[in-house]
Design a protein around this ligand. Structure first.
Ligand code: GLN
Length: 190
């Protein structure tokens, strides 16, 4: 199994390390050629969604990435990655790839003080560490979207078929639950 990690900006090394711990071959994607390789899944990391999307456009990677996801490539978007996937971003001028039927709220916990850590339940597994850094949350889900985690009545993780989105950063903890879940999505796809 080979998984690509978008590495234009943000917390991509940490995702690579998590995948390596799980024995998965993870490679970084920095340009169109690297995006065009064979892969079984892709991770869109945290960072800054506007900057990441601008780089995707400038590097002519945006439409291929969108097509790959629309045609079923398993994808995990964390934090800014969630925002890249969202069909709508309620408090922002536009959305980005728009492949996932969710409405997100950007910087939903405030810009500066919005960083915190908590334990939550993910897909019925309890006591999973969630790290939020200027995170969004999901305000609305469309059909086929399964809610996987809720914190203080806000949806913070969801899945729609091949797409997994988390508002928090699983790669900044020691806990492999979320990455294992993503691998199980890939295994059922190949
Ligand atoms: N606030 C960032 C954004 O709007 C996301 C923060 C993160 O990825 N940690 O894209």
């Amino acid at each position: 199994m080979r998984i690509g990690v978008l590495a234009l900006q943000g917390a991509f090394i940490e995702h690579q390390n998590m995948l390596n711990k799980l024995g998965v071959d993870a490679f970084t994607i920095r340009n169109l050629k690297e995006l065009s390789q064979e892969m079984d899944g892709i991770i869109l990391p945290g960072g800054e969604s506007t900057t990441m999307y601008k780089l995707l456009k400038d590097l002519k990677m945006e439409s291929l990435l969108k097509n790959m996801i629309s045609y079923g490539l398993p994808v995990m978007g964390t934090c800014a990655g969630l925002l890249l996937l969202a069909e709508n971003i309620h408090n922002f001028e536009s959305a980005f790839l728009k492949t996932m039927s969710i409405t997100a709220k950007k910087n939903a916990y405030g810009k500066q003080l919005g960083s915190f850590k908590t334990l939550g339940t993910f897909n019925n597994q309890e006591n999973i560490p969630f790290v939020f850094i200027r995170a969004p949350y999901i305000e609305k889900t469309g059909k086929d979207v399964e809610v996987l985690a809720v914190v203080d009545d806000k949806i913070v993780a969801a899945r729609q078929n091949n797409q997994l989105a988390t508002a928090f950063h699983p790669e900044l903890t020691e806990d492999l639950t979320i990455h294992k879940y993503f691998l199980s999505m890939i295994k059922s796809n190949i």
